[in-house]
Write a protein that binds this ligand. Sequence first.
Ligand code: CA
Length: 239
Amino acid sequence: MTDLLSAPPGGYQILVVEDDEQMRRFLRVTLRVNNYRVYEATTAAEALAIAQARRPDLIVLDLGLPDLDGTKLVPQLRAWYKGPIVVVSARHQENDKIQALDAGADDYLTKPFGTGELLARMRAALRTTVRQAQEPDQGVFEAGELRVDRDRHEVAVRGQSVKLTPLEYRLLHTLIKHAGKVLTRQQLLREVWGEAHLDEAHYLRVYMSALRRKLELDPARPKLLLTEQNVGYRLFVDG
Ligand code: CA
């Protein structure tokens, strides 16, 4: 994996998987102008071949491909590919987007999206992957005003110690483990409550509001425990 602070010489290599000519051109131009190296695939088969050959640093994946549903391509890539996958979906593909995230995609963009949003998501996904490769799942985690000592299970916000219930702690710990990444409700329910509770999204709502009350300055406008509309949640990390 390439270094966090400095992109590799020649820039990060991005594989763009998109069958739509106009969209592909927009992505190609935008990424090249911003010093990314771009490979392009127009089908899932081509995407797999190029990903294998080039080992890109990140894959931008359109879900509506001619030969295979993008949601089916994600698990095939995830079988060996460790880099971030950012899926691009149309409005009518909301459920596909969630399926792709469940299968291991890191983030998503809904068409139409702007250049700034695309680049911000890509930078965040690249940082998250690097951080996860470097950071152990223990020790002290800090993000903004939150400090979590994962060896002692101690949580503090703005220097004040906060008491969490075991389940609240487990939920927070799971979000920290995937800091910066979008987690679907299913992923959170599976990791925190277990396979038997995948339908009980209300658990998640209840515990997420409890966590926000304890950790956020204004629980109605969370800065740390962000809601991803219709998808799930994300722990915000700044860099
Ligand atoms: Ca398409």
